[in-house]
Design a binder for this molecule. Structure first.
Ligand code: GCB
Length: 612
């Protein structure tokens, strides 16, 4: 009996350790400003739909030294060797970048592709620890360096890193092999059913990150809630070392003449500092401050803005004033090159288009976008809604799926919690109303709030209409801070003028936000406004919608229509007007503005005047 008790206790400890360690992100933040060596560039690849490089003929995962495992590529070189694979420059691919856009044979491919990069690295004499950091790989990455497995990561839109064991990396002749698998799966996030292209590959930057033995892994600096109204405002935060050990840390914000010595106890320290000269971040004045965090061995520099976002009496309030979100939804895609966006240049382009529309906000749909995007939003003064791909109907009953969603949420918040532009974390989109789903989603809301009390938590919900009244009653609305709803009155039901008869009601005393609304318009197709898919139909839709926006209740806080650009989607198979594209963009495949663009822009110009 006693033995049973002990082993039960052990099992409980093990379970709790496992759950905690799953929930603990070891992500190093602010990689863009750390000491790094980029592994971007040309990699070699092998397409492996049968996963031969990973499984043997009994479908067992290959042993680490198996000479037929594709990660052991350089090891066997005798002329007697039988070798049935090999990497070659003949099959080369660009990283970062999705594979689909890089060769015709990849366009519809979903499955495994092996990537290989050979490199030398100047290791000097330093005793630094080295991590291998990926901005994102869609969807599953199994990572091997010099034949040794570093780890596996799932989730196509979040960053991750693995520590490289000491001595594994050599000055010369390293080879990094990544098995990338973008197969859709029913128990993953997103699940098999979405309305976007499942671009596969190493879609974001790859870096070696060099850090001291004890280093600052992560930190948070925010304006303390409510302190925006005080003369002396408070910045509060914490920082976390990678491992326990006493350490002195200096926090500086030179422009505010702040310099504070902190003593870390255990692995973290909390702090608050006051200043009466802080200029708050806002879209009109996106002020960022240089923040320097240093220990005896390292110096981390970041640029951080301070602002306050909250809800008061059903209104959305930025720095003490009501704000109207003139938003637009954006996919992480560059349509004229039919590829994923991944660079600062791409971010400037997409956010530049949003600026042309006079938007002050973007909804980064439906997954966390790359870090250039949120950093560019910080400096351009564009508020951001950032979301995890809990989309439509995933397996809400599964604890395993919930754990995956939580991990993605945690990875999203960890990377970006110092971006002032981000005002909303979204835990999902158009999930079906039922008890399992509401419980699942409420746990995500709870987790987001535990991790970050300085922002608003939302989910894109649905409404239903009876006799001209469009009602938002989704029980998930109890948990979220705003009631965000996607509506397509006049596109997915009836004609655009249907919205004339509609009034909106919700039982929640919270801001209402239209997280989507839109209609397709095939660029260059001109007809009368009743002709679906014409630019005139789309223009009419927007005109009618604007009429409805103007009749919204006082707690209407803004919108992020669907969508900035036309985007690829395998669901869209009209042989003339779609051909694999969802054409609800205000800009077409080639970046040309459609007629509807000007209708929304005129509305945003008016709203800007009303609120400023
Ligand atoms: C939606 C989805 C979005 C789709 C859009 C559409 O409600 O959230 O991902 O692309 O509608 O075009 O139907």
């Amino acid at each position: 009996m006693k033995e049973i008790k002990i082993s039960l206790l052990f099992a409980l400890i093990a379970i709790s350790f496992f759950t905690n360690s799953q929930a603990q992100s070891n992500l190093i933040t602010n990689v863009l400003n750390r000491k790094t060596i980029s592994l971007n560039g040309i990699w070699q690849y092998i397409i492996d739909p049968y996963e031969t490089g990973f499984y043997d003929y009994r479908r067992e995962e290959r042993n680490v030294n198996d000479r037929e495992a594709y990660w052991n590529t350089e090891k066997f070189d005798n002329k007697t060797d039988r070798k049935e694979f090999g990497f070659t420059d003949k099959y080369a691919i660009k990283v970062p970048g999705d594979w689909n856009s890089q060769a015709d044979k990849f366009m519809y491919y979903e499955g495994t592709v092996w990537y290989k990069k050979s490199f030398d690295v100047d290791l000097g004499t330093s005793s630094e620890r080295i991590f291998l950091h990926f901005g994102a790989v869609n969807y599953r990455a199994d990572v091997y360096l010099n034949g040794k497995k570093l780890g596996m990561h799932k989730g196509g839109f979040t960053a991750f890193n693995f520590e490289i064991p000491s001595k594994l990396l050599q000055a010369k002749g390293n080879f990094l092999v990544v098995k990338v698998d973008n197969k859709r799966s029913i128990d993953e996030i997103p699940t098999i059913n979405t309305d976007w292209w499942n671009y596969g590959g190493i879609t974001r930057d790859v870096n070696l990150v060099f850090v001291p033995q004890d280093f600052v892994q992560d930190y948070s600096l925010q304006l303390a809630k409510g302190s925006y109204a005080n003369k002396a405002k408070t910045i509060e935060g914490w920082l976390k070392l990678n491992r326990k050990g006493q350490e002195k840390v200096t926090l500086e914000i030179p422009e505010l003449k702040i310099k504070r010595e902190l003593t870390v106890i255990g692995d973290s320290v909390a702090f608050n500092v006051k200043s009466s000269t802080i200029r708050l971040w806002s879209p009109k004045s996106p002020k960022l401050y240089q923040v320097i965090i240093s220990t005896k061995n390292e110096k981390i520099v970041d640029k951080i803005g301070f602002r306050n976002i909250e809800i008061q009496a059903g209104k959305l309030i930025l720095n003490g004033k009501p704000v109207f979100l003139r938003g637009i939804s954006v996919h992480e895609e560059i349509p004229d090159q039919v590829r994923r966006a991944y660079s600062d240049q791409d971010a400037q382009h997409l956010l530049g288009q949003a600026k042309e529309l006079n938007a002050n906000m973007v909804r980064l749909a439906h997954y966390p976008h790359n870090e250039y995007m949120t950093r560019a939003a910080d400096s351009l003064g564009i508020m951001v809604w950032s979301e995890i791909p809990v989309y439509w109907t995933i397996d809400f009953k599964s604890a395993d799926v919930l754990a995956k969603a939580k991990t993605q949420l945690e990875e999203m918040i960890t990377r970006d919690r110092n971006r002032a532009s981000i005002i909303i974390w979204s835990v999902g989109n158009e999930t079906p109303v039922n008890a399992d789903r509401t419980l699942f989603m409420s746990k995500l809301v709870k987790k987001a709030k535990e991790m970050d009390q300085s922002r608003i938590v939302a989910a894109a919900l649905e409404s239903f209409g009876i006799q001209g009244v469009q009602t938002i009653e989704d029980p998930l609305g109890e948990f979220t801070d705003v009631v965000a709803v996607n509506q397509y009155i006049g596109w997915y039901g009836g004609l655009p003028d249907n919205s004339r008869k509609v009034s909106w009601a919700t039982k929640f005393d919270k801001p209402i936000f239209f997280s989507e609304t839109g209609a397709e318009g095939f660029s260059g197709f001109h007809a009368d406004s009743l002709t679906r898919y014409s630019e005139e139909f789309q223009e009419w839709y927007y005109r009618e919608q604007v009429g409805m926006f103007k009749r919204m209740p006082a707690n209407f806080a803004g919108l992020s229509p669907w969508i900035l650009n036309d985007f690829r989607s395998p669901r869209r198979n009209h042989p003339i007007y779609q051909e694999g594209w969802n054409n609800k963009g205000l800009f077409d495949h080639n970046g040309k503005k459609k007629k509807a663009f000007y209708v929304l822009k005129a509305y945003y110009d008016e709203m800007e005047k009303l609120y400023d």
